[in-house]
Design a protein around this ligand. Structure first.
Ligand SMILES: [Zn+2]
Length: 225
C-alpha cells in the first residue's frame, strides 16, 4: 500500500514521541534508595524556531500550539510543521516544530535525511551553530532562508540532580548506552546534560534507533566510562 501524506504525517508524529522506558532493570542506590527511570526517546527530525521566524513561516502574531506534550517539563510537539528545503530543491515535508519558541532557529536531522536533502550534516550540541549549513524552511505564510543551524544533534542524556548523583557523573561528561537486542549495540560518547529541571532521558535519532532495533530491545543501560 502506498501511504497517503496524512498517513506519513501520522507516522512521523508517532515517531517523534516514540519513547521506550526501561525502569525495571536499574538497581536501587543502596544509600539513597533512588532508582532511575531510564527513558530512551528516539527523536525524529524536527525544528526549533524563534518567534520572529515563526511569524515569517506562519504569519504575523502566529503562536505555536501544543499537539503533544514531551517528557521534559514545558516541551511540546507543536501542531505546526515546516517543509525543509535543501540545495537543488530537494525537500522533506511535514517536519514538526517543537515548542516553546527558542532564542535560535535550528533544524535537527538524521544523516539519512541529510543524504536525501544533499546536506552534509555536522554533529553538534543543540545551539552550537558555528560553521553549520543552512537551508530554506517553508510554512503556509512564507519561506524563511536559514543561513545556519542545520545539524545532526549529538546523542545525549538529560539528567536531573538525583541522576547525576546516582551515575556519578557531571554535566559535559560522556557515557555509553548499551542496547541488548537482535542488533546489539553500544552507543559511545553520550553527552551528559545536567539541569535540576531535567528528567532522565536519552535522546537518540532515528538512524541510531533503527540501527540498534531499539524498539525491540530487551535491555538498555547507561554505563559510566
Ligand atoms: Zn535532548
Amino acid at each position: 500500500m502506498i501511504a497517503t501524506p496524512q498517513a506519513i504525517d501520522r507516522a512521523m508524529v508517532e515517531n517523534i514521541v516514540r519513547q521506550i522506558i526501561y525502569d525495571r532493570f536499574a538497581p536501587r542506590d543502596a544509600r539513597t534508595g533512588y532508582r532511575p527511570r531510564l527513558l530512551v526517546n528516539i527523536s525524529a527530525r524536527h525544528a526549533h524556531v524563534t518567534q520572529e521566524d515563526l511569524e515569517v513561516l506562519y504569519g504575523k502574531g502566529a503562536k505555536l500550539t501544543p499537539f503533544k506534550k514531551l517528557n521534559q517539563e514545558g516541551e511540546f510537539a507543536a501542531d505546526q510543521t515546516v517543509t525543509v528545503i535543501g540545495p537543488r530543491q530537494r525537500m522533506i515535508p511535514n517536519v514538526r516544530i517543537l515548542g516553546p519558541c527558542r532564542t535560535f532557529t535550528q533544524v535537527e536531522l538524521a544523516f539519512t535525511d541529510g543524504i536525501s536533502l544533499g546536506i552534509d550534516l555536522p554533529v553538534r550540541k543543540s545551539g552550537n551553530h558555528e560553521n553549520t549549513p543552512g537551508c530554506w524552511l517553508q510554512g503556509p505564510a512564507g519561506i524563511l532562508p536559514l543561513h545556519q543551524g542545520v545539524i545532526r544533534a549529538e546523542r545525549h542524556v538529560h539528567m536531573g540532580d538525583a541522576d547525576i548523583a546516582y551515575y556519578g557523573v557531571k554535566d559535559g561528561d560522556r557515557m555509553n548506552l548499551r542496547i541488548e537486542s537482535d542488533c546489539p549495540t553500544v552507543l559511545e560518547g553520550l553527552l551528559v546534560r545536567h539541569s535540576p529541571k531535567f528528567k532522565l532521558e536519552v535522546h537518540l535519532d532515528t538512524d541510531e534507533g533503527n540501527a540498534s532495533n531499539l524498539t525491540k530491545a530487551t535491555h538498555v543501560e547507561l554505563v559510566k566510562v
